[in-house]
Structures are given as C-alpha cells and as structure tokens.
Write a protein that binds this ligand. Structure first.
Ligand SMILES: NC(=O)c1ccc[n+]([C@@H]2O[C@H](COP(=O)([O-])OP(=O)(O)OC[C@H]3O[C@@H](n4cnc5c(N)ncnc54)[C@H](O)[C@@H]3O)[C@@H](O)[C@H]2O)c1
Length: 296
C-alpha cells in the first residue's frame, strides 16, 4: 500500500534532474505517472525504471509551453489512467544574461516554458479535476532566484509569477477541493551546473541528490496534505522549509495621506534606515550610502 494508490499524476520535465526524482517517488508511492519531457529517450528511461519496480508510468513528449501541448498532456493522463489527481509543474529552462544585454527572445523563451507552461498545464489539469469532482493537488516549482538574482531577469520573473499564481489559485480552487502549493527545490542537475556567481564565474556547489525532493512532493500530492494550500516551501538536501511570503511591513501612517514635502521630511527617519535586504542571498541592504552615476 502506498499513500498515492489509485491516483494519477503528471510531472512536466520528468526525464531528468529534479523531475525524474519526482516521477520515481510518485511511482514508488503508488501513483500512475505520466513522465513528460521534450526528450523521449530520457522520459522512456524513467518510465522503464518505474515499471521495473512494479509501478505504472507512460511517456509524453508534448511541449508544455503551448496550449496544444498542455491539452495533449493532461488528455493523455485522463485517457490512459482514467483521470488526473496531481500535477507537478517542474519543466524549466534557463537563458541567463545580465539585464542590459538580455534579448527579447531570451526573456520570452524562459517566461514561455516556466510561467506560461505552468499556467496552461495547471488550467487544463484543474478543469479536469473540477469535472471529476475528485479534488486534487497542484505542485508548482519556484526558486530562491525569485527574490532577485544577478543575470536572471527572465528566470526570476518566471519564478515570481509562478509564486503569485500559486497564492491566487489556492484561493480560487479550494472550492473544488484542489490544493495549490509551490516548492523551491535543491539538487545537482544539468541546470544547477550552469549557476554563476555575481562575477559571472562558475560556482562549485556541493553535490545534492536531486531525488530527495520527490518525497516531499509525494506528501503534498497525498490526501494527508489536505490541509496544506497556498504555501511555498524550500525542499531537497537536508531540509523542508516554509518560504515567508511577501507582505506589508513597517509603515508610516498619516491620516489624510502624505504630501511630497512631508515625505521628504519624514521618510529617511521613519523608513529609510530599515530598507529590505535584496536578492537571493538576502545580504544586508547595500545602498545606504546612495547609488550614484559612475564617475566620468
Ligand atoms: N536544480 C536546482 O537546484 C533548482 C533550484 C531551484 C529551482 N529549480 C527548478 O526545478 C525544475 C527542474 O530543474 P532541473 O534542475 O531538474 O533542470 P534540468 O534542466 O535538469 O531538467 C529540466 C527538464 O525539463 C525539460 N523541459 C524543458 N522545457 C520543456 C518543455 N517546454 N516541455 C517539456 N519538458 C521541458 C528538459 O528537457 C529537462 O529534461 C525547474 O523548474 C527549475 O527551475 C531547480
């Protein structure tokens, strides 16, 4: 008996890296799994691994960043497994370049796969879950890069959009019994091998087993997690962490509102010393001495 017995799940980008780990864990815990990936060979290997252990899985090679691909993917899950109970939106790409050099294509390629793909696949899945009346679980994939990360305008924007969609869908879909959460996974993968520091140089990171995220994803897809929605988590490596969600902090309040002269007079004393740390590493606010144009 597994905690996902009788459930059908879809994992996008499940052919390698973190998505492969999700597929193996979901399959081992009893779910029937559609392993989606643009690359058939890697997806087939994952299906074979699941089948060899007595699980049920099938390959799908649709491009999840298109409406036709999203429809085909979810339709395949329903026609092969009789329904859909979980989708893990994991597929992703990177086209890193600093903001001033990033091309329109680099920006839209990444938004298309991450943000648009998550939107379209989740919508197709949620419509089926609603029709089935079964409820379900949507697990999206974000990254600490959405706090801001050098060279990742497109990727950070995608992950920020996915975080905001997660919170929004949790509110909209609860009435259908559908839960929506996000993970910010960790793992040594083809993608993590591309990470660079702020100096543009490659970073040597310690090995983290990408398969470790799959256990938490299985939990989120199970009925035991029926009280969890609208949450974002760090997962993988040695932790499961709650991600603090953005909210208003310290405020300066004045009945009737602030006029420009009053803002100029009070801002620095009231809020100017408490500006938020920025970026993925959350280093202390770095600009208290002012940001000036470069000297000619
Ligand atoms: N590796 C990390 O440490 C890390 C950290 C934070 C977030 N993430 C996120 O985790 C997810 C998986 O990352 P990974 O490191 O395993 O990456 P990866 O590059 O190793 O694997 C991604 C897979 O997605 C597939 N894919 C890409 N575009 C697709 C499309 N349009 N349709 C279908 N499949 C597509 C690729 O073929 C590939 O097999 C991504 O969303 C990534 O942003 C990873």
């Amino acid at each position: 008996m597994g905690i996902l017995d009788g459930k059908a799940a879809v994992v996008t980008g499940g052919g390698r890296g973190i998505g492969r780990g999700h597929c193996l864990a979901l399959g081992a815990n009893g779910a029937s799994v559609i392993v989606n990936d643009l690359e058939r060979a890697v997806a087939q290997e994952v299906v074979d691994e699941i089948s060899a252990k007595g699980g049920k899985a099938s390959v799908n090679t649709d491009d999840i960043g298109t409406r036709a691909g999203a429809k085909g993917l979810i339709g395949q899950c329903v026609s092969e497994f009789g329904g859909i109970h979980a989708i893990v939106n994991n597929a992703g790409n990177v086209r890193d370049r600093s903001f001033l050099k990033m091309t329109d294509e680099e920006f839209s390629d990444v938004l298309r796969v991450h943000a648009q793909g998550t939107f379209m696949c989740s919508q197709e899945a949620a419509l089926r879950m609603k029709d089935q009346g079964s409820g379900g679980s949507i697990v999206n994939t974000i990254s600490a890069a959405h706090f801001g990360n050098f060279g990742q305008t497109n990727y950070a924007a995608s992950k920020g959009a996915i975080a905001s969609m997660t919170y929004t869908w949790a509110m909209e879909l609860a009435r259908y019994g559908i839960r929506v959460n996000a993970i910010s996974p960790r793992g040594s993968t083809r993608m993590s091998a591309t990470y660079k520091g702020p100096d543009g140089k490659e970073v040597q990171l310690p090995f983290i087993d990408p398969n470790l995220n799959g256990h938490f994803v299985s939990f989120l897809c199970s009925d035991e997690a029926d009280y969890i929605s609208g949450q974002a988590f760090g997962s993988g490596g040695d932790w499961v962490a709650l991600v603090n969600q953005p909210k208003y902090g310290t405020a300066m309040i004045k009945p009737g509102g602030w006029q420009l002269d009053e803002i100029r007079e009070h801002f620095k004393a009231q809020l100017g010393g408490q500006l938020e740390p920025i970026g993925l590493m959350k280093k202390p606010y770095p600009f208290y001495d002012g940001i000036k144009p470069p000297k000619k």
